[in-house]
Design a protein around this ligand. Structure first.
Ligand code: GLN
Length: 277
């Protein structure tokens, strides 16, 4: 079979197995298994695929057909135009989270100390430090396994945040000019309704926002105030229906100028508030 026929066959196979982005994924997995890229593919698409490559392609297609996320098979995900390693110990970085990073970068002034809570893959703090080498970063996570991934990602991207392991602020010392977090925010009962890629293969710990999904916001809003320098900011990613509840809680806790920011789909995505000077 030629590369072209093999790709078509891969697309149909994934489609039959009910994979949403069958066409895109069939291509990306072909690129992975055959070490090819678009230009190469067009040059060689009428040539036969060697046996080892065909077998390698079948192996990764079968994994994807079991709803293993594409990124767990390729081992990577791009975020803010930067490469990040991922595995089953961390949440796969989402494009929506780029809105949070962009808002944080707008507020960041030279020399600011940034704290990223529930850092997971480290995508938030690492991309902030990469684009703004004038910032200082600390990041915590409860999961030691997640921090191992974050440390590798920091190395790949050549930035040096301080990683600490523990429950939110517990391992953290000192005060910060910005606290940023994309914490787990899905109500426990909702998790089983998510797509299999997420509910079966992404870490439960990174998804579970407890009964009402707001458990981490409540704690971070309350505990965070004393870790913020005057004039500092608290920024969260939130679920589309959590804007009101999170912003009201921030106002009640004394944060000022609290505002909800929408994502590209027009849904509430980020909440930001400041501590008075
Ligand atoms: N902060 C990481 C991210 O945004 C992980 C978030 C999480 O585990 N809930 O991707």
């Amino acid at each position: 079979m030629t590369y072209q026929q093999t790709l078509r066959w891969g697309e149909l196979f994934l489609q039959e197995k009910g994979i949403d982005d069958a066409k895109t994924d069939a291509w990306l997995l072909l690129a992975l298994a055959c070490h090819t890229e678009r230009n190469d593919y067009y040059l060689h698409m009428l040539e036969d695929v060697p046996k080892e490559q065909k077998e390698a392609y079948e192996t990764v297609l079968k994994k994807r057909a079991e709803h293993i996320p594409l990124q767990h098979i390729t081992g990577e995900q791009e975020f803010m135009g930067l490469p990040f390693l991922v595995n089953a110990d961390v949440l796969i970085p989402r494009q929506d989270t780029e809105i949070l990073v962009e808002e944080a970068l707008k507020k960041a002034k030279p020399g600011m100390k940034i704290l990223d809570l529930c850092t997971g893959s480290g995508c938030i703090i690492i991309s902030m430090l990469k684009y703004r080498p004038d910032l200082y970063g600390t990041a915590s996570d409860l999961s030691a396994a997640a921090l191992r991934v974050a440390e590798k990602n920091a190395k790949i991207n050549k930035v040096t945040p301080v990683f600490v392991q523990g429950d939110l602020f517990e391992p953290v010392e000192g005060a910060f000019d910005m606290i940023i977090s994309n914490p787990p925010y899905i109500p426990t009962a909702e998790i089983e309704k998510l797509m299999p890629e997420v509910r079966k293969y992404e870490p439960f710990l990174a998804l579970d926002g407890k009964e009402d999904g707001l458990a981490f916001y409540k704690r971070i809003i309350e505990e965070g105030y004393s870790y913020l320098n005057p004039g500092g900011y608290l920024l969260f990613e939130i679920g589309y229906d959590q804007g009101k509840e999170v912003s009201v809680r921030m106002e009640q806790a004394g944060y000022q100028g609290v505002k909800v920011i929408k994502d590209l789909a027009g849904l509430d995505r980020v909440v930001i508030g400041g501590k008075h000077v």
